[in-house]
Design a protein around this ligand. Structure first.
Ligand code: NAD
Length: 501
């Protein structure tokens, strides 16, 4: 990486790599080592405006390309990403920190998004009903929304931008991506692949930057739809401000996901599910389980094995194949997470596994490491049980019954994902019915839906009505036009339709 140590990243606008007009830039660092990998420009209004103009100019050109040909470009995109799969995964690990195995899985999901979008000649079809009146037909067709923009977080540098990009362009829209300024490198590779597809100039655009670009996207009259993924406070700002400007908007926010463990759970499998959910990606997944709610005697059955498995996790540089928990994204994030652990302990929690000050072989002194942490004896009302920590910190809360556990889950202001571990169909049926979260796992630690289903968070975890990917993606990236018609020349179209004058 040292050869690229001070590379200043370009934007990709109107089909060409383009230097940002901005003079400000930030370091992009490897959180495992502190090494500077590149510099990312903080683009400004003129950079965004150039991308919007390119995307608007491309809109009629791209829309006129047949939907079958657009799908073929997606097939080519898929092949291009597959060819760069390992580069993409290594880049995710280098800039974000997650383990290489986890990064490969993320890139697999990124590619799966493109595969789902390839179905657009089928999924974009409209509906028609003949004879809504004598010799009158009615049909709804789907057309692109226009210029669509996505603003994305640091934790899935490969996958989350692709929750939107392939579906948007498959539906005939043009697209502007603003990656997270903490992890902008992976999308440089994705855009190298896109650059090789011979798309009309301006169909896809990449604008690096931070808050100024986000605010520009929300206000720009040339942008028709905004997709956002990130923390809950910013999701709220994005949702309100984009809607105020008359845009279509979907805003996916933060989370606090509960895992309910029933007394009859299969303990070794449950421990595996919890450990993967809570500590995978160092707890920096929006579907990470961060609160375990044990029901009755499940607590005493679960805890010894859970503590043992957590203590055994290998913490280190994610690029080492043996590492099980990598660093968090930055030293600021590490310090914020450590402060949360301090606060939980001060509020009365018992640290049964304590990752503060983790060290040893494989831990670089400049790295942003927090070891896996479990806080037991947490009460549901404590801040550590309510607020998103977004790090490898798992809290354990006790309940006496499934109803009490469900009430604890439902008291959260978030409603992204939740899981239950049990062998009881009746308990599952009841939990699935009563729980107020949009994604539910049954004996699954991370119940993130595959590309063909929507990523359907609720409450403060999602603002909007159409979710990311699955069938919702085509709904979001198209607008409906309903045509009512009849024809006179064959002598048939002379019936009455509605009230005619
Ligand atoms: P973040 O909200 O800090 O940043 C997200 C994006 O918003 C970035 O592109 C950033 O540049 C921009 N941004 C940040 N602050 C801003 C501000 N004040 N005004 C305008 N734009 C701003 O989120 P993050 O730290 O990158 O990502 C972690 C968060 O994302 C967590 O809360 C996690 O739960 C959430 N997340 C949610 C989902 C989901 O599906 N619900 C998925 C992934 C991540």
């Amino acid at each position: 990486m040292s050869a690229t140590a001070t590379r200043l990243l370009d934007n990709y606008v109107a089909g060409a790599w383009t230097p940002a007009a901005a003079s400000d830039a930030l370091d992009v660092t490897n959180p495992a080592t502190g090494e500077v990998l590149a510099r990312v420009p903080l683009s400004g209004a003129s950079d965004l405006d150039a991308a919007v103009r390119a995307a608007r100019a491309a809109l009629p050109v791209w829309r006129a390309v047949s939907v079958i040909e657009r799908a073929r470009r997606l097939f080519a995109l898929r092949e291009g990403l597959v060819a760069r799969q390992e580069d993409l995964a290594r880049c995710v690990t280098a800039e974000m920190g997650k383990t290489i195995g986890d990064a490969r899985a993320e890139v697999g999901r990124m590619i799966e998004m493109v595969e789902a979008a390839c179905a657009v000649p089928t999924t974009m079809q409209g509906r028609i009903l003949e004879d809504v009146a004598r010799n009158v037909d009615c049909e709804t067709i789907r057309q692109p929304v226009g210029v669509c923009a996505a603003i994305v977080p640091f934790n899935f540098p490969a996958m989350v931008p692709f929750w939107f990009l392939p579906f948007a362009i498959g539906c005939g829209n043009t697209f502007i991506l603003k990656p997270s300024e903490q992890v902008p490198l992976t999308q440089q590779i994705a855009f190298e692949v896109l650059d090789g597809l011979d798309l009309p100039a301006g169909v896809v655009n990449l604008v690096n930057g931070g808050r100024e670009i986000v605010e520009g996207i929300l206000d720009h009259p040339g942008i028709d739809a905004v997709s956002f993924v990130g923390s809950a406070p910013v999701a709220k700002i994005v949702y309100e401000r984009a809607a105020q400007a008359g845009k279509r908007v979907q805003a996916l926010g933060g989370a606090k996901n509960h895992i309910v463990v029933m007394p009859d759970a299969v303990i070794d499998k449950t421990v595996g599910g919890i450990v993967g959910s809570a500590f995978g990606a160092a707890g920096q997944r929006c579907m990470a389980g961060s609160v375990v709610v044990t029901v009755g005697e499940a607590h005493d059955r679960l805890m010894p094995a859970l503590v043992q498995a957590t203590e055994a996790l290998a913490v280190g540089d994610g690029s080492d194949e043996a590492t099980e928990v990598g660093p968090v994204v930055s030293c600021q994030a590490r310090d914020r997470i450590a402060a949360w652990i301090d606060r939980g302990v001060a509020d009365g929690a018992t640290p049964v596994v304590d990752g503060r000050g983790v060290g040893g072989d494989g831990i670089h002194p400049e790295g942003a490491f927090v070891g896996p942490t479990i806080l037991d004896d947490v009460l549901p009302g404590m801040d550590i049980a309510q607020e998103e920590v977004f790090g490898p910190v798992l809290v354990v809360v006790r309940a006496e019954s499934l109803d009490e556990a469900t009430a604890i889950v439902n008291a959260s202001r978030f409603g992204n994902g939740t899981s239950i571990f049990t062998e009881s169909g009746a308990a599952v049926r009841r939990f699935r019915h009563d729980v107020e979260a949009g994604m539910v796992g049954v004996n699954i630690g991370v119940a993130a839906p595959v590309a063909f289903f929507p990523f359907s968070g609720w409450k403060d975890s999602f603002l909007g009505d159409l979710h990311a990917h699955g069938g919702d993606a085509v709904e979001f990236f198209t607008r409906k036009k309903t045509v009512t018609s009849r024809w006179f020349s064959d002598g048939q179209g002379h019936g009455t339709y509605f009230v005619e004058t």
